[in-house]
Design a protein around this ligand. Structure first.
Ligand code: HEM
Length: 459
């Protein structure tokens, strides 16, 4: 595609994406210029839009080094929050989305800042969402001429009110992220020690490991990007999982057989069960493949050198997108690609005769490629896995009925929101505890989780 003076390459084949974005990570690991959002608003402090170079490498290293589950007490948080989620779902009626959103938001806030979200009206959330909305509109194609003609950014501020407004909002937003990160170290009006968190750990590293040369605004930006990049993506994936279980009940039933065999009815699944639940692990993979959140692979990559590939010339500065929708529905690799079919992963011999082998061992590319691959992958998979197996252990998910006609409502598996990240449009379904005993255990577990979560402040 040509948009403006430079070409954009959109890849729809898994092998081509792998060859270029994964196997040539330095050549295809940069980002195109994000003049308004990346440069003017965020002063190049956002990892997501940072071009490849020493600053990117240092920031990515800081992210990878700090997103270790053990250092964030992540498993305990995900475990406790998933128990609360199960209790919320018992009473969810037809509408579960706000409970999923709360679960994901609370996990991300605990990990980033050591504070939790008890309900979606928390004023901190509103500030963060406001920032995200503002950034999204800065990034809307065609909204600012400066995106197409970057020379316009040289106009002095006093002659460009649009620039002044963006910079003013950028400064206010940085300050908000800084205050949140600082509070993770010294919570105001809180009489307990601050729990482990990404921001707190980095302040400590800054104090005790000067060689790392950590800058306080970088710490604030990095913690801020965790929530932005991790919450909507994880929530959308869980909603897709629920959609799949509603529409493909035979898959849920097979997973429940596995869980009953491995875990039984007397306790909920834990981390230790993961290795013995291959079908449940495959459901997570299939969810990520079937309806990838980042339909176009997230922000585009950008080439830093001229490159020749299979007879094509790709000039330096070309934007390259891995079109995940096309890649994950490429029938040469995924036969009957719109069928939600975890057996692709558990019984590969069934599909091998019809399909080419996927170029990476994961069997999907939902977390991106090469040096730009998602640094939150491990945390996201953990959050998703523990909530998925507990939902399957505790509930039957069934289609809702139309109150007037009493007919079952089958939600569309193609009705998704538009945009770079997508999620199912709201659909009704019913969560019914599998038995009184299951219900009782879910309620008891949630009370125990409340105790643990008192270590995290709210509001
Ligand atoms: C289901 C959940 C998630 C999905 C599907 C997802 C997917 C992605 C994708 C596709 C990219 C772009 C990769 C590329 O350019 O090749 C990305 C980047 C990123 N993700 Fe995630 N992500 C998820 C959760 C998370 C979480 C929980 C965090 C933080 C803890 C996170 C932090 C980031 C960051 C900071 C980047 C930018 C990396 C860069 O530009 O180098 N993500 N993610």
């Amino acid at each position: 595609m040509w948009s403006g003076p430079r070409p954009t390459v959109v890849i729809g084949d898994p092998q081509v994406a792998h060859d270029l974005l994964h196997l040539k990570p330095i050549i295809f690991g940069s980002r195109p210029r994000f003049v308004v959002m990346g440069e003017l608003f965020a002063k190049n402090g956002l990892l997501l839009t940072m071009p490849y170079g020493p600053k990117f490498t240092a920031t990515k290293r800081m992210m990878n080094m700090s997103l270790v589950a053990r250092d964030l007490n992540a498993h305990a948080v995900q475990e406790a929050e998933s128990k609360k989620l199960a209790r919320d779902l018992i009473n969810s009626g037809y509408s579960f989305e706000r409970h999923i959103n709360r679960y994901v938001a609370s996990v991300m806030m605990c990990l980033a800042y050591g504070r939790r979200i008890d309900n979606m009206d928390d004023p901190v959330l509103e500030k963060i969402y406001q920032r995200a909305r503002y950034m999204a509109q800065l990034n809307t194609a065609g909204r600012y001429w400066a995106e197409t003609f970057p020379l316009l950014t040289w106009i002095p501020d006093f002659l460009a009110p649009w620039k002044r407004e963006i910079k003013r909002n950028g400064a206010a937003s940085s300050q908000m992220l800084y205050d949140l990160a600082k509070e993770a170290e010294e919570p105001i009006g809180y009489d307990r020690a601050a729990p482990k968190s990404f921001a707190k750990n980095l302040w400590e590293k800054k104090k005790h490991e000067p060689a790392l040369n950590l800058n306080e605004w970088e710490i604030a930006n990095a913690a801020g990007s965790l929530f932005n990049a991790g919450s909507d993506t994880s929530s959308a994936t869980l909603q897709t999982f629920i959609l799949a279980m509603t529409v493909f009940p035979e898959v849920a039933a097979k997973a429940q057989e596995e869980i009953d065999r491995v875990v039984g009815h007397d306790r909920v699944p834990t981390w230790e069960d993961r290795q013995n639940l291959p079908y449940c692990r495959a459901i997570l993979k299939e969810t990520l493949r079937w309806r990838p959140v980042a339909v176009l692979g997230g922000n585009p990559h950008c080439s830093t050198e001229d490159y020749h590939y299979r007879g094509h010339y790709i000039p330096k500065g070309t934007a390259v997108m891995g079109n995940l929708w096309a890649i994950h529905h490429n029938e040469e690799y995924f036969v009957d690609s719109h069928r939600f079919w975890p057996e692709r992963y558990t019984e590969p011999e069934k599909v091998q005769a019809f399909c080419k082998p996927y170029p990476n061992p994961e069997g999907h590319s939902s977390f991106g490629w090469g040096v730009r691959a998602c640094p939150g992958k491990g945390l996201a998979e953990d959050s998703l896995f523990i909530s998925i197996v507990r939902i399957l252990w505790g509930f039957n998910i069934t289609k809702a009925r139309d109150p007037a006609t009493k007919e079952e409502i089958t939600p569309s598996t193609f009705s998704y929101t538009t945009g770079f990240n997508t999620k199912p449009t709201p659909f009704p379904c019913v969560f019914t505890p599998r038995s009184d005993k299951h219900r009782e255990i879910l309620l008891q577990d949630a009370s125990a989780a409340d105790e643990f979560l008192k270590g995290y402040r709210t509001g």
